[in-house]
Design a protein around this ligand. Structure first.
Ligand SMILES: C[S@@+](CC[C@H](N)C(=O)[O-])C[C@H]1O[C@@H](n2cnc3c(N)ncnc32)[C@H](O)[C@@H]1O
Length: 272
């Protein structure tokens, strides 16, 4: 159907005709959702780092669509941010502070790691991501089309690997600006032992150079739903910035603008 050779009225015929392919596809292809709408939730956390230059490293990046936060326009209750073409918006229960939205940053590097990265510079990769969007979700198809255009203009560095394995090596490189590790809807795939390993790799790296970790998702740590958390080094302090639901349908910002009174300072990070 995505290839345009069948319609919903003829779904049964199409399922029969392509049964061999569909059996193979569902057996071999893991679910791959890379939803660029999640950037609407993530952007305030990037602004909360207060860093003017950001090196983004996404773990579990899929096609790397989230590596382009600076290429969209965002609408929040307190105002808009960015000048990109496609507008991202959502439901705010607790509003993102206006002071945060007056910040800006430049993304100086875009790297992603995934067990099975999707290459959307090839049409097959786009088809893979389209196949995981429910029929009729036209806004998601439109967001994906916009994101593919963005990626094709400036493809990211995508590394096929287990991110827990390769992270020490990636974090050992000196960063240009603040290195921000991003995890979005991925750490719940890790067994507890691997998750603890991830935490200690991040903490070790944070002792050597400034580092931030933006985490969207949940590992069932006592909250109902999901959360947006920011951890910064030096110090390794974690702030829970917002709550959201499992489907990331809304954002409930907690508290005020965490870094507004403590601008980015590469030596001490938080300049008080
Ligand atoms: C639900 S998708 C989320 C994609 C993207 N982060 C987003 O939020 O749109 C989770 C991704 O994590 C990847 N993944 C899970 N465990 C991984 C691991 N240990 N190493 C690398 N990638 C992993 C999967 O391959 C998948 O692409």
């Amino acid at each position: 159907m995505l290839a345009g050779d069948a319609s919903w009225e003829h779904i049964s015929d199409a399922l029969d005709t392509h049964s061999g392919f569909l059996a193979r596809f569902t057996a071999e292809q893991k679910v791959q959702t890379n939803e660029v709408g999640r950037l609407w939730l993530i952007l305030p956390a990037l602004l909360a780092t207060g860093a003017p230059r950001i090196e983004l490293l996404e773990l579990g990046a899929s096609a790397g669509l989230l590596l382009y936060p600076d290429r969209y326009r965002y609408r929040y209750r307190a105002g808009e941010w960015g000048s990109g073409g496609h507008l991202l918006e959502g439901e705010e229960r607790g509003a993102v502070p206006a002071a945060l939205l007056s910040g800006s940053f430049e993304v100086v590097r875009r790297r992603g790691v995934d067990l099975a990265p999707v290459d959307v510079t090839a049409d097959e990769g786009v088809q893979t991501l389209r196949s995981f969007i429910w029929a009729g979700q036209e806004d998601r198809f439109a967001r994906l089309d916009a994101a593919v255009e963005v990626v094709r203009r400036e493809p990211p560095e995508l590394i096929a690997a287990d991110y827990v394995e390769v992270l020490p090596e990636l974090l050992a490189e000196p960063a240009d600006g603040l290195r921000v590790v991003l995890t979005s809807m991925t750490t719940f795939y890790l067994p507890e032992e691997r998750y603890q390993q991830l935490l200690s790799v991040l903490a070790r790296a944070g002792r050597k150079q400034p580092l931030a970790w933006v985490s969207l998702g949940t590992r069932g740590d006592g909250i109902e739903g999901s959360s947006l958390d920011l951890t910064t080094w030096p110090g390794g302090e974690t702030r829970r910035l917002a709550l959201t639901d499992y489907h990331l349908a809304w954002l409930d910002w907690l508290g005020e603008c965490p870094m507004c009174d403590r601008p980015w300072n590469p030596r001490g990070h938080a300049a008080r």
